[in-house]
Write a protein that binds this ligand. Structure first.
Ligand SMILES: [Zn+2]
Ligand SMILES: [Zn+2]
Length: 361
């Protein structure tokens, strides 16, 4: 029997979100219904509301979530009712050219639930990133459910579903940060601070945090930054060179996605170093780089989608490290709120007042 639950919906560009009754069908083959326990407020939710992703309104927002599997459809073997899971937006197909090459974290054919959730009048909803978790329950593909240690805090665990995983993965998976490396991270919001936490976890010796907001630089220190640079009054490239014996950092991570920031990453990098872009640019942006230096400096310019994570490999491992006190996921939870507070949380995020507001249900 289909069931009706409360959820946060964006109906039109720029209009405040509203709480609506959402009709959740029973899970079909390969699908699962998950009772949401916590869901973080991510910039991507706001981008959906602003029409920046596509125009398939109405959207059921929310995608950084954890919860308990309530029921599964035919043929589902990977999870069962009662499992504590983090939802992911990379359910790998196992059969595309990336999967066949043994690189499933790059899967080109990820999938979501086939059935649609709807409003009570039958209007089909577009769930954010195929998840839609600012709701009491949601319908996803079973492959989007990654089982982890159920003793973890739901609010902290859910953050691995998007922004925090993107940041940690940008450092460890994409950037390949290792013991003794020097790292610079530009932008100290949730993703950038997660990159700092990831660099620390991997054993980086020097971690330089760059931002234009002193409060954010304070947060960055809490996650492991050894040096901070406020780039409104200091030259970030010069300071990074100064903190790395004049050489530049082995890995420079752009967690903002602006051309001038990317260029600073390029210039602040040591010879044969790596630039990682994890911030998301917009369509009109272009970059110009001195081509001879692209060659001459060697190394790699890489982009990091979802931290190049493989949820089944990375989520349980990072939850274990969190449970052992080696990864401070709780530090990303600035406040816990209810479904009614999502609109206000968007404004706090825009004003840079929070790392993450997390809806608890
Ligand atoms: Zn695939
Ligand atoms: Zn997100």
């Amino acid at each position: 029997m289909a069931q009706t639950v409360k959820g946060v919906v964006a109906k039109a560009v720029g209009e405040p979100v509203t709480i609506e009754n959402i009709v959740i069908p029973d899970p079909g083959p390969g699908e699962a219904v998950v009772a949401i326990q916590a869901c973080g407020v991510c910039h991507t939710d706001l981008h959906y509301r602003e029409g920046g992703i596509n125009d398939e309104f109405p959207f059921l927002l929310g995608h950084e979530a954890s919860g308990i599997v309530e029921s599964v459809g035919d043929g589902v073997t990977e999870v069962e009712a009662g499992d504590f899971v983090i939802l992911n937006w990379r359910a790998v197909c196992g059969n595309c050219r990336a999967c066949n090459k043994g690189t499933p974290h790059l899967c080109f054919s990820t999938f979501n639930a086939e059935q649609k959730m709807t409003l009570e009048d039958g209007t089909e909803l577009s769930p954010a990133l195929g998840i839609g978790a600012f709701a009491e329950k949601t319908l996803v593909a079973a492959g989007q459910c990654t089982k982890v240690d159920p003793s973890a805090s739901p609010a902290a665990a859910g953050l691995l579903g998007c922004g925090v995983m993107a940041g940690i993965g940008a450092a460890i998976n994409t950037g390949g940060v290792s013991r003794g490396d020097t790292v610079a991270v530009f932008g100290c919001g949730g993703v950038g601070d997660a990159a700092i936490a990831g660099a620390k976890l991997a054993g980086a010796s020097t971690i330089v945090a760059v931002d234009i907001d002193d409060q954010k630089l304070e947060w960055a220190k809490g996650f492991g930054a050894t040096h901070t640079v406020n780039s409104t009054n200091e030259d970030a490239v010069e300071k990074i060179q100064e903190y790395t014996n004049g050489f530049g950092a082995d890995v420079c991570i752009d967690a903002i996605g602006l051309p001038h920031v990317y260029k600073q990453c390029f210039e602040a990098r040591d010879l044969a170093g790596t630039v990682v872009l994890v911030g998301v640019p917009t369509p009109e942006m272009e970059i110009t780089l001195p081509f001879q230096e692209v060659f001459g400096r060697g190394g790699a310019l890489k982009s990091s989608w979802y931290g190049d994570c493989l949820p089944s490999r990375d989520f349980p491992m990072l939850i274990d490290l969190y449970q052992q006190g080696r990864l401070d996921l709780d530090g990303f939870v600035s406040e816990t709120i209810s479904l009614e507070d999502v609109e206000e949380a968007f404004h706090k995020m825009e004003r840079g007042e929070v790392l993450r507001s997390v809806v608890e249900i």
